[in-house]
Design a protein around this ligand. Structure first.
Ligand code: IMP
Length: 182
């Protein structure tokens, strides 16, 4: 089964396909842009994105939205992670946190699927810590500063580990299970 995945980010597609392989699903990148609505909930962003692309192409499609929620920053940058990454990057986040002891953070991923029947959203999350400095060359975005709970390395240092336990892995597991069951 092939599923269209509207995203400009090929890393997201390959992470989805690691999960899809176990379900006989191939996620195929569709470079169809969509507006990211301003909402603190990544589910709403994914939901509206999927609806927007579906309305344009009139074919079933998924959109995925991720946020990094940092506890000491009251959940910032959350659903505004793309904007903040563009403005501040990982160095800016590390600077904002400074020497703060509470390094707890959580990645939340929401996969929105839209077809003629409407939209459904599937979520996955992973808790962890913000590292004291950037580490690793793999992955993308905030991967060099995120160490998942129970691990010693950042996602960027061990992309294989990321593929197995990430927020995106969990959201795609849930979506993949559902889509093959209907
Ligand atoms: P979006 O989901 O494409 O809106 O991404 C939000 C921001 O978080 C972007 O700056 C991405 O680079 C970053 N991001 C999204 N997913 C991940 C991830 O799995 N690891 C690290 N950063 C991510």
């Amino acid at each position: 089964m092939k599923i269209r995945f509207a995203t400009s980010n090929p890393y997201k597609v390959s992470e989805g396909n690691v999960v899809g392989a176990g379900f006989g699903i191939e996620y195929v990148q569709l470079k169809e842009p969509y507006p990211e609505i301003r909402d603190e909930d990544v589910s709403r962003v994914a939901e509206e994105g999927a609806r927007f692309v579906f309305d344009r192409i009139n074919k079933p499609v998924i959109v995925e939205d991720t946020g990094l929620f940092i506890e000491a920053l009251n959940g910032f940058p959350g659903s505004f992670s793309a904007f903040v990454f563009g403005k501040l990057g990982n160095n800016g986040i590390l600077k904002l946190l400074g020497e703060v002891e509470n390094r707890k953070a959580e990645f939340i991923s929401a996969v929105g699927y839209c077809n003629q029947e409407g939209v459904r959203v599937f979520k996955g999350s992973v808790k962890g810590l913000i590292a004291d400095r950037k580490k690793g060359m793999g992955g993308f975005g905030y991967d060099p500063i995120f160490i998942p709970a129970g691990q010693k390395k950042t996602f960027a240092e061990d992309p294989g580990m990321k593929e197995r336990i990430s927020h995106r892995n969990k959201a795609f597991q849930r979506f993949s299970e559902w889509i093959v069951s209907i």
